[in-house]
Design a protein around this ligand. Structure first.
Ligand code: MRU
Length: 361
């Protein structure tokens, strides 16, 4: 795109330096008009970046939060172990309040907490280094998981197919390559030509702003549609599969994803089109039985009434703005994970694939 101001890198998340370094992110709120990075030198900036969707997408939120703890620890003196571990606990608890739905956030913080539990009696500077190394491991493992998801998912698609996706589950939402988009990117790498229909994804337009941008960068044929056009596109037989990401998957396979995903899944079922979820094991929450227990984030009315700075509804109108919905397992043809494909989405099959451990590969 010609109007994009680039800064030579499209790495979504980077850690710069050692334990005294900083977190460096693409500010996704500025895309597609500007590709700019945000340097996070304090934990409040990391929290705000997650809250305001400068960094977004379940795996990317988890990675950013892990690095955010390392940034938070810079405020604690290295020679006072009590203060260091108090700051650790406060940092992890604080970042956990940024967004409620994507379980990857809590999964990443819990990984750091588990490691911290083994380090509390040791040297504080070494603990800080070990926590940074764990954040970097979470980051690297996400990259591997995305590529593995792509390999399993690409086998489900055929050359020449039309596919539809909702929101952005691409490289911007993960360490690299994405989950749903990894399936398309890998299919393309295998020489399959796909035509991707991109739901714009009201109200914050992650599909229009981010997915369309990523697909155009990869030169994958793509067509942007308003969310309300998906049914017509399916009736016209333009799509043969739907692939989306997820923010939290319950033990029975019910999957939370960006608001509007549920309606796409119902439409796909009505048209006999397979609806796939692509997600890493870190997105599964086996502590909950069903989607009923998934907390759904409610966001500000202004996202609907004053989207992108323009008022489009009467002042004072009542608004309901859930950021996610839950697609019941019965609408999901299969869940594509880095460990393989869960065909026939049942609790038994989820447990067989993901087991009790949701640690990364
Ligand atoms: O509110 P967002 O933009 O963070 O929502 C993101 C999604 O719903 C994604 O589809 C999901 O996190 C999967 S990202 C691989």
């Amino acid at each position: 795109m010609t109007n994009v101001k680039t800064e030579n890198t499209t790495e979504t998340i980077k850690w710069v330096g050692g334990t005294d370094g900083h977190l460096d992110l693409i500010d996704q709120t500025l895309l597609p008009n500007a590709l700019k990075r945000l340097a996070c030198h304090d934990i409040e900036t990391v929290w705000e970046a997650i809250k305001m969707l400068r960094v977004r997408g379940a795996p990317a939120i988890g990675i950013a939060a892990a690095y955010g703890v390392v940034v938070g620890l810079q405020q604690a003196a290295d020679d006072d172990a009590d203060a260091f571990w108090r700051t650790f606990d406060e940092s992890a608890d604080y970042l956990a309040t940024s967004r409620p739905t994507a379980v990857n956030l809590f999964w990443a913080l819990d990984r750091l907490r588990a490691l911290a539990g083994t380090l509390r009696n040791g040297d504080v500077a070494q603990a800080h280094s070990a926590l940074l190394a764990e954040a970097q491991k979470i980051h690297a493992q996400d990259r591997e998981m995305c590529h593995a998801i792509g390999r399993y998912g690409a086998d489900l698609l055929q050359d020449g197919q039309g596919v539809l996706t909702h929101c952005n589950a691409g490289g911007l939402a993960t360490a690299e390559y994405g989950t749903a988009l990894s399936v398309f990117f890998t299919a393309q790498d295998q020489g399959k030509n796909l035509h991707v229909f991109v739901d714009e994804t009201r109200p914050l337009l992650q599909g229009a702003r981010l997915t369309a941008w990523e697909l155009m960068q990869r030169k994958i044929k793509s067509t942007l549609i308003c969310d309300s056009m998906a049914a017509q596109v399916m009736r016209e037989k333009k799509v043969q599969a739907v692939v989306t990401g997820a923010d939290r998957i319950a033990a029975n396979g019910d999957s939370a994803n960006k608001i509007g995903t549920y309606s796409v899944a119902v439409l796909a079922k009505a048209h006999g089109i397979p609806f796939y979820i692509a997600a890493p094991s870190s997105t599964f929450d086996l502590s909950i039985e069903s989607g009923e227990e998934i907390p759904i984030e409610l966001r500000n009315a202004e996202e609907i009434t004053n989207g992108f700075g323009k008022q489009t509804a009467p002042t004072g109108v009542e608004v309901y703005n859930p950021a996610f919905d839950v697609t019941p397992a019965q609408f999901i043809e299969a869940i594509i994970t880095e460990r393989g494909v869960i065909k026939s989405v049942t609790k038994a099959n989820v447990l067989a694939m993901i087991g009790s451990s949701t640690d990364a590969v």
